[in-house]
Each structure stands twice: as structure tokens, then as C-alpha cells.
Design a protein around this ligand. Structure first.
Ligand SMILES: NC(=O)c1ccc[n+]([C@@H]2O[C@H](COP(=O)([O-])OP(=O)(O)OC[C@H]3O[C@@H](n4cnc5c(N)ncnc54)[C@H](O)[C@@H]3O)[C@@H](O)[C@H]2O)c1
Ligand SMILES: [Zn+2]
Length: 376
């Protein structure tokens, strides 16, 4: 099958490309090599190797440019749309860029698919757990499931957990099902929800097999170490490798569902090869919780560094406390289950990062957020 991967030079994209090649797909990559992700310079090593070996056609171009997309879509039968502006904090002060790249890019892509719909029978788009806002919760005291939104006064007082709307006790995080009502807390999350809805409505109307995959917190080799806006594990690594302590908001007890990039690539390829009809929205996560503090400590100890994380006690506008996937729907539709835990994925990440020289942009990004009043 001839498969286009937009954003195929990126973190998740490059692993997806590896797997598609392995599975015998004819792969075309469209990527503009955004300097914030790739630094300045040539296409990344792994894509360059595939290109030289004739396994992948690489096109440097932009998903918001009609001619670039038209050329990339030639002969294509499946589209995996991963290209996006990726960063929650940054999206809050560059909304135009985020809406343009993620929104207009998707609209243009789908418009070009219409004319080629006899041939293009499979669509996959990267959505995100960020559209949930807070994950699902349950109250151990009264059994309630509704939380009170963490307001300014609560956070100022350093009370980080979400309180039960009925009885005020701290709630316990639960696996979050796809049916949870989204609570959009950033421009980035809004664009991801928008992309998802565009794909799903389009797939239904044209009877094209469509998947919107809500990735949880993806980690692994090749995540940009220089982009201070994405990937908590990569951000901590870039700090540690430059000899500085990871900076942690709140108290580090906030937790996420960390999924290995190899597992994510497998989910994407399963969706691309899915033989059945329909438009599906699926979580792609492990169902397991890891706190941000655990991530920082595990990375430092694997690197053999005695650097203790620095707790800022501050918080960022729109940050959530806990969000973990309910992975059951992906299992029943795609037969997908994550195979690697965070601990099992760490050695590969550490081995890779030792060969990298990151630019530590974290302080600068923090300053940008502070200046806009987005960190308190
Ligand atoms: N990494 C995560 O934890 C995570 C979680 C949820 C969702 N996602 C989604 O997964 C997708 C891939 O994310 P990633 O982590 O691999 O990020 P990434 O930044 O490594 O990859 C994105 C790629 O898209 C390219 N790109 C950006 N703008 C483009 C444009 N206008 N035209 C063409 N290419 C463009 C970039 O150069 C980059 O190679 C994104 O859609 C992101 O929203 C990622
Ligand atoms: Zn309660």
C-alpha cells in the first residue's frame, strides 16, 4: 500500500515510517522540518537513510501548501496525518500559527482527498489526550465522580489534588474512557479536537475507514530534545544532559500515562491496515500511572546523575493533575495493547540521548510563559 505520512520526519512519524517500511508499505513523507523541532539543517539521519536506500520518498514541504500536498498525494492509498504544531504552552501565545498549521492544514488535506477518494481508502490522524482536560476520577469517600475545577485560590494554597464536587475530599484518578466529555484548556487541545472531528465527520460522509488516535504521553528515542514545549521526559533529559536540574511544576505528584513510541507506531500501523469500515476514536495509552516526579528521578538515576529535581511550587494555566487512558476500546477494535512500560522503555531512551547534544531552551520558554502571565 502506498502510504503518506505527514510529519514523518518527527518523533512519532519516524518510528511510524520505520514500521510501515518493515510491513512493506511504499512510504512517502511530507515534512517541513520545522526548525523548532529539528534545529537548522538537513533531514534527520533515520529518514535520510531510508531515502538513500530507496525505501522512502521524502518531500520537504508544508501541509498548509496546496502544491506540496498535491505532489505528496500522488498515487497514495492511505494517509497518516501527524504533521502539527505541537506544544500546549506555546499555543497560548501563538494561536494563529497553531490554528493555521493544525486546522488549515487538515482542511486542505481533506479537500484534496475528496478528489482522490476512489483511491484513498484509509485515513489516520493524531489526536491527543490533552483534549480531555482532567482525566476521569472517583471519590473514595462518597463515590462521586465530579471534580471541582482547581481554581486560583486552591492552587495558590498549594492544594494540588482535584477535590470532589460533592464532599470536598481528594478524588482518585481512574482510567479515562473515550466517552469522557472533552474539557478544552488550550489552543493546542482545541486544534486537536478540531482535527479529530474533521477526520471523523469526513470519513463517515465518504465511507472511508478513519481513525483518530488519542495519543497519551509518548516517550522514547528521537523526541526533540531542543523543543522546550513538548514531551516532559525529553524536557527533563535536555536539562539533565546539560548538567541542570529538571524543573517541576506543582509538587511533582501530577501523573500521566507514558507510552513508548514503538507501541504508538504499532497502533498507528494497525489503524492504517485495519480492514473494516467506520470512523473510530481510540485512546492510545497503557492504562498505567507514572508521576512527573518519578519520571525525573528515574531519568537522573539511569544517567547516573545526583541531580535532584527542583520543585517550583508554581503552576501553569490550564495544567491538569492526572490523566490516564482507558485502553480497552483500542484493544477491542484494533487488538492493540501497549507492551512496554515506562521502566522497560527507559534503557533505549537513555542509550539514544547519550549521543545527542541538546540545546537547553527550557529557561527561555519558561520566561516566555511568565511574561505572558501563563505561569503563576
Ligand atoms: N508526542 C506526544 O506525546 C503526542 C501526544 C499526543 C499527540 N501527539 C501528536 O502526534 C503528532 C506527532 O507529534 P510528535 O510528538 O512526533 O511531534 P514532532 O514535532 O516530533 O513531529 C511533528 C512533525 O511535523 C512537522 N511539521 C510541523 N509543521 C508542519 C507543517 N506545516 N507541514 C509539514 N510538516 C510539519 C515537524 O517538522 C515534525 O517533523 C502531532 O500531531 C501531535 O499533535 C503527540
Ligand atoms: Zn466525595
Amino acid at each position: 500500500m502506498k502510504t503518506l505520512v505527514t510529519g514523518g520526519a518527527g518523533f512519532i512519524g519516524s518510528h511510524t515510517v520505520d514500521r510501515l517500511v518493515e510491513r512493506g508499505h511504499e512510504v512517502v513523507v511530507l515534512d517541513n522540518l520545522d526548525p523548532q523541532v529539528h534545529g537548522k539543517g538537513a533531514s534527520p539521519r533515520h529518514i535520510e537513510e531510508h531515502r538513500r536506500a530507496g525505501r522512502v520518498v521524502f518531500r520537504q514541504g508544508d501541509v498548509t501548501n496546496r502544491a506540496d500536498l498535491e505532489a505528496a498525494l500522488e498515487g497514495v492509498e492511505a494517509v497518516v496525518h501527524l504533521a502539527a504544531a505541537v506544544g500546549v504552552g506555546q499555543s497560548m501565545y501563538e494561536p494563529y500559527y497553531y490554528v493555521h498549521t493544525n486546522g488549515t492544514g487538515t482542511g486542505l488535506l481533506l479537500e484534496l482527498v475528496v478528489a482522490r477518494r476512489e483511491r484513498i481508502r484509509k485515513l489516520v490522524v493524531a489526536s491527543s489526550m490533552s483534549l480531555y482536560g482532567e482525566g476521569a476520577y472517583r471519590c473514595p469517600a462518597c463515590g462521586g465522580a465530579e471534580g471541582r475545577e482547581r481554581d486560583e485560590a486552591q492552587l495558590e494554597a498549594g492544594r494540588w489534588e482535584v477535590a470532589c464536587a460533592a464532599c470536598g475530599k481528594d478524588l482518585e484518578p481512574q482510567p479515562t474512557p473515550e466517552s469522557k466529555t472533552p474539557e478544552i484548556a488550550s489552543v493546542y487541545a482545541a486544534t486537536k479536537k478540531h482535527q479529530e472531528e474533521l477526520f471523523v465527520s469526513f470519513g463517515k460522509a465518504y465511507g472511508i475507514s478513519t481513525f483518530a488516535l488519542r495519543f497519551f504521553n509518548v516517550f522514547g528515542p528521537r523526541q526533540s530534545l531542543s523543543n522546550p514545549y513538548t514531551g516532559v521526559a525529553a524536557i527533563f533529559l535536555s536539562r539533565l544532559l546539560s548538567g541542570t536540574a529538571p524543573l517541576i511544576f506543582e509538587d511533582g505528584g501530577q501523573s500521566r500515562d507514558f507510552i513508548d513510541v514503538g507501541d504508538v507506531a504499532r497502533a498507528v500501523v494497525l489503524a492504517t491496515e485495519y480492514a473494516g469500515p467506520g470512523a473510530h476514536v481510540l485512546n492510545v495509552g497503557t492504562g498505567r500511572r507514572t508521576s512527573v516526579r518519578q519520571v525525573a528521578e528515574a531519568l537522573a538515576s539511569r544517567l547516573g546523575l545526583a541531580l535532584q529535581p527542583q520543585f517550583l511550587g508554581r503552576y501553569r494555566a490550564g495544567d491538569i493533575r492526572h490523566c490516564i487512558a482507558d485502553p480497552r476500546r483500542a484493544r477491542s477494535v484494533l487488538g492493540f495493547g501497549a507492551e512496554r512500560s515506562f521502566d522497560a522503555g527507559l534503557p533505549a531512551l537513555i542509550e539514544w540521548c547519550r549521543k545527542e547534544t541538546p540545546r537547553d531552551e527550557v529557561e527561555a520558554s519558561l520566561a516566555a510563559l511568565k511574561e505572558k502571565g501563563l505561569v503563576r
